[in-house]
Design a protein around this ligand. Structure first.
Ligand code: 2BA
Length: 108
């Protein structure tokens, strides 16, 4: 069994959730915050048998778009909570996925 941790942009989260549910994939979502941009994203916890990992990755790929994001602040601290104003464009997504081995899933 595998655990996929998928971080996607908030705009893509509802489509991905619907697609996973339709494919009968169990999922838990967490509201998370990106460390670099410090803006909201959504993290999916997906427990799945190893033979379905490629299928799930394909669903994630089809649901998660790449976007250019502009921010007017470079989220860098100077020892304190000081932000340096700086125009910044970054390409975010489609999705960041970690694939972990799961020793056991227990339902109590
Ligand atoms: P953020 O940390 O807010 O990063 C948003 C985007 O900013 C990243 O998109 C990347 O294009 C850029 N970025 C991140 N760190 C950077 C840096 N040190 N210098 C320049 N640009 C940087 P993605 O790579 O698509 O990542 C989207 C979100 O996925 C991230 O949001 C973070 O929440 C998560 N993530 C990405 N890599 C991760 C990792 N190795 N571990 C944990 N979470 C990760």
């Amino acid at each position: 069994m595998k655990l996929l941790i998928c971080i996607v942009q908030e705009q893509d989260a509802h489509i991905l959730r619907d697609d996973l549910i339709e494919a009968e994939v169990g999922v838990t979502t967490l509201a998370t915050t990106g460390g670099f941009l410090r803006s909201g994203n959504t993290t999916f916890l997906i427990g799945i048998s190893a033979d379905r990992v490629d299928e799930v990755l394909e669903i994630v790929k089809n649901s998660s778009k790449t976007r250019e994001v502009s921010t007017s602040y470079m989220p860098m601290t100077m020892g304190t909570d000081t932000y340096i104003p700086y125009p910044l464009n970054v390409t975010v997504g489609g999705a960041t996925v970690f694939v972990l081995d799961v020793e056991e899933q227990i339902k109590i």
